[in-house]
Design a protein around this ligand. Sequence first.
Ligand code: BGC
Length: 563
Amino acid sequence: MAGGPGGTGGGVSGGSLMVTMLISAFAAFGGILFGYDTGTISGIIAMEDWLLTFGTFGTLPADRAAELSTTEGYYLTTGDKSLTVSILSAGTFVGALLAYPLGDRLGRKYGLIVACVIFVLGVGIQLDTKFAAFIVGRVVAGLGVGMISCLVPMYQSECAPKQYRGFIVGLYQWAITIGLLLAAIVNESTKDRPDHSAWRIPIAIQFVWAFVLAGGMFVLPESPRFLLLKGRDVEARKALSRLTRRPAESPEIDQECLDISMALEAEMALGKTSYIDCFRSGEARNGLRTWTGILIQGMQQLTGINFIFYYGTTFFRRSGISNPFIITIITNVVNVVMTIPGILLIDRAGRRSLLLWGAVVMLVCEYLVAIVGVTRGQVDAATGAINLPAQRVLIAFVCLYIAAFASTWGPIAWVVTGEIFPLAIRGKAMSMSTASNWLWNFGIGYATPYLVDAPTTGVNGVKTANLGVKVFFLWGSTCLLCVVFTYFFVPETKGLSLEQVDLLYRESSIIKSNSYRKEMLARDETFIHRDTGHGTDKPVDNKHLEEGTAHVEHEKAGNNIAV
Ligand code: BGC
């Protein structure tokens, strides 16, 4: 049976499986670029030289005044802070939407290379000392990050062996967390430099990530599923042959190509697909799938995770914690380390149960953080004293919450969006889902300072909701929504090939998906051997098979394109 390159069960040797794994895993490097870029900003905007270069002079907000023991100086107004942090996500939103035409015209491989070039441009612009240029640079870099954030999981899930797809796409999330950690470490080590190098070094390091990713993609094969979608069968065979280390003419590759082509044809029978088609209900249930992708990515942001990663430093400082930079490093280490059990479990425990458990643990931790913070965590206004045990409990629950995110919603949101769409709409639907991640990322990034910060007075004074730690009540409640959403929207797809996931959507309900999945695996059901459930195979469209083979033969004779 077909099952993703290298997914042909017993026939694949350990060595070739390793090659497939390495190829699809390399793309995860894009995650470092994503994580680092989003992570670096929270530290940069707190740096002395950056504030001197881009900040506003005036009455300092209370926390900064206390830190500097003065009432006036350079600081970032709430408006500029929101803009600087969240503008990247505005670029990434557009970038994610552009990932579809880019990945569809140029392919996943060259699409990723172009995205790296755009990113490099944006990084270069951010090295300027004008605030406007800095913001423009963030938008341009954001375009690149947005494209990469969509094309990487797309490429990985189209190339990965089915039984390791969750693990491999999970590696992308792991790379994101490593990128976030690296950003925190680099910021910490350059923040006290007395000149522009304090923030220019962390920004310029990003050139390295882009060069490695673009260079690597240059030598990797294109996604065979993309090539088949474009009718480039000969190239698809060569890509599959490189991924699986089998001769392009081997029976396994014949079968793989046919299974993908048949699933594709079932989709294509409906004609060319538009964005509207992504939302249509019908046998393929595209509407349900697209909404699931859009919502799971939005929900991932609504868990509140980026509150910690974008504003953690400032938040912990405000809660009276003496070394907030160190706490930021700790939270990042928890994020990196706890992603590992997550990605090891995805293909064992399954997507659905991990998402449910993750949301429950997060909601409990977040409510507890809010309760401890409100009842015991306040800084004494008169003496400035803090309740140390309460602060420790607070940090412990924040870490537990991050651990729950890292081992469930972090990786699985990307795994689910990489695998639930049929090939004919995959590009469009994945780009809309990724754009939803960035839209919420932007909204939450922009709104957070207004929700959490204390109001400021003076000429640049801003009114805020001043929620402080109470904001965790909000994140706890959104996690409750995550539980409900998972129950009704997310099917169990562990161990299925992308084509089998397609069949699952056509033939089973979400709630019963796990038992249907098991039956499907037991019957070894594919598009070629589609079982009606009554013990007889639906008739195979022999005409299609013959035509498919004839088409491949024709291409073999006519073209000889290197992949
Ligand atoms: C999210 C990011 C988040 C990161 C934290 C990713 O999956 O999309 O917004 O910062 O996880 O690890």
